[in-house]
Design a protein around this ligand. Sequence first.
Ligand code: AHR
Length: 653
Amino acid sequence: MKKHRSWLTMLALLVGLSLNAQITHEMVVKANKPGAEIQSTMYGLFFEDINFGADGGLYAELIKNRSFEFPQSLMGWKSFGHVEVRIDRPAFDKNPHYVRLSNPGHPQKHTGLENDGFFGIGVHKDAQYRFSVWARLPQGTGTEKFRVELVSSKNDPIVNQVITITSADWKKYEVVLTSPITDAKAFIRVFLTSNGEIDMDHLSLFPVDTWKGRENGLRKDLVQALADLKPGVFRFPGGCIVEGTDLNTRYNWKNSVGAVENRPLNENRWHYTFPYRFYPDYYQSYGLGFYEFFLLSEEIGSEPLPIVSCGLACQFQNTDPKAHVPVEKLGSYIQDAIDLIEFANGAVSTKWGKVRAEMGHPAPFNLKFIGVGNEQWGKEYSERLELFIKAIRKAYPNIKIVGSSGPDSEGDKFNYLWPEMKRLKVDLVDEHFYRSQQWFLSQAARYDNYDRKGPKVFAGEYACHPKNKKNNFEAALCEAAFMTGLERNADVVHMATYAPLFAHVEGWQWRPDLIWFDNLNSVRSVNYYVQQLYSKNKGTNVLPLTMDKKPVTGQSELYASAVWDKNEKAYIVKIANTSDNTQTIRLTFDGVKQEQLSDGICTSLHSSNPDVENTLIEPDAVKPEETAVHLEGNVLSIELGAKTFAVYKFIKE
Ligand code: AHR
């Protein structure tokens, strides 16, 4: 009997499946009813120095511990012969350590240093690398020489230059080395070649070909990947980095500006946060600091969104209230936030506006947003935030303030903070969710019933985390499905940023991540392409789209949203089919005259393998594909393949 029943169930399922396959889903877009405006900030970037995202990643410096300021001064270096670390009469007061190289004592012996950068130094054949060093002659007279050379991973010197030191005072020297080979794991070696002594500090090696050719530059392929996302907003510097493991290690923006040689080093909490992904030599040089961030935001067309410390060290790691700044002593932290706005926007006659101008940007950066605190929670957060809000509103009434809803997408902390954010009248509330596929699919209607009168939403950190933590196709498809809900609710959701952004394949602590790289190449994940499809097809106004008069939020495993782009005069519809079947859809553009619509383009992402990833070895495993689509009048008949995300675009004639 039992056997019988299971056969019957199977039969019913099969009938059900084939019926489902035959069903034509009627979707209607109210094409003549453009609704809520979609903010230019809707899709953007979340940047944090995690996974060697800054030092060893976006920041193109190739030498690790260039200023000898790591707690173990020679960490990252191998020294031979007579090398001494000193701090007397330093070149840079905030980075006082330097090395003295002196005669090894025998003509057959050598004095010098080696540095193998971040998991090796990546060099490309025929590319140029600028080596620079601050040096002086401690004995004060004559000349001394050293040789700097690039050495291949097989220990073959591949190119060198000799530098002659002529000054008793600290002075910058530089040479350009052209690599004859491509090697992901070359290293650099410095040999004292004369008989006296040389003091050296801030040994630096950058590709000449950085983003926009800047000397303190950024890695070009990685910036290009960011620019290609057309990000509307750019959050920086994190993430937990903002808070610090303790307040001493919080991100202090004032240490990240001014002469790069004199920006004090900070510990990177990601070197020890996960002991199973331990990187004891992970520090923040702040070479990519707040000036570079504002400049990059401007260049890639994003609104900068700095997040500042609210005086609470990471609450996960600090249960003792004494770890945090007492409310009555928050003054300097609040001043830091106010000064940051002045650094971005102030006239050159102001203290911080002058610093910005001296760094090369007299015009203001036109900062519009600031976030206070990262994943904070409880009364201890809201009472501190309240003071920041009061002071910022007084000094800069037009700056929009972002508050936090804590680390969770729901639950006690979240439920406490949302009403608090309303009470405090923040402009936007930062929500974070690193959740499963099921969570993402179940939350496609998350914002449909959000309060329209309260603060707006900034989905400030999110990513679908499958069990294997891969950037696989299935996770990306779930994100695409979920994002139809962000788009449909663009009146309340004003910003969304996937997180984290970058990961070095040999140095990651957290995954999935949007863009992976090694020392030579980078790869855009499938999730990247989902973000890009949304961002490039953002539109200007939401259009109502329904199936059986309801928003499409998972019925028959379909998810959909639509927008109008008034600049391009385009209708854009996004549909995710997360089911295992091809589904038949009849999409009607209601309220538009038939002759006004031309044929369009469908851009889709699909794979029959849910687990497939784009990797450095197979970067194009899943990429958007374009096909022409034909309208019959104002109706589009679609056979949408199983496990497919598709974006349809039609221009109105
Ligand atoms: O994105 C990685 C981390 O996740 C962020 O630093 C933190 O805000 C969140 O917990």
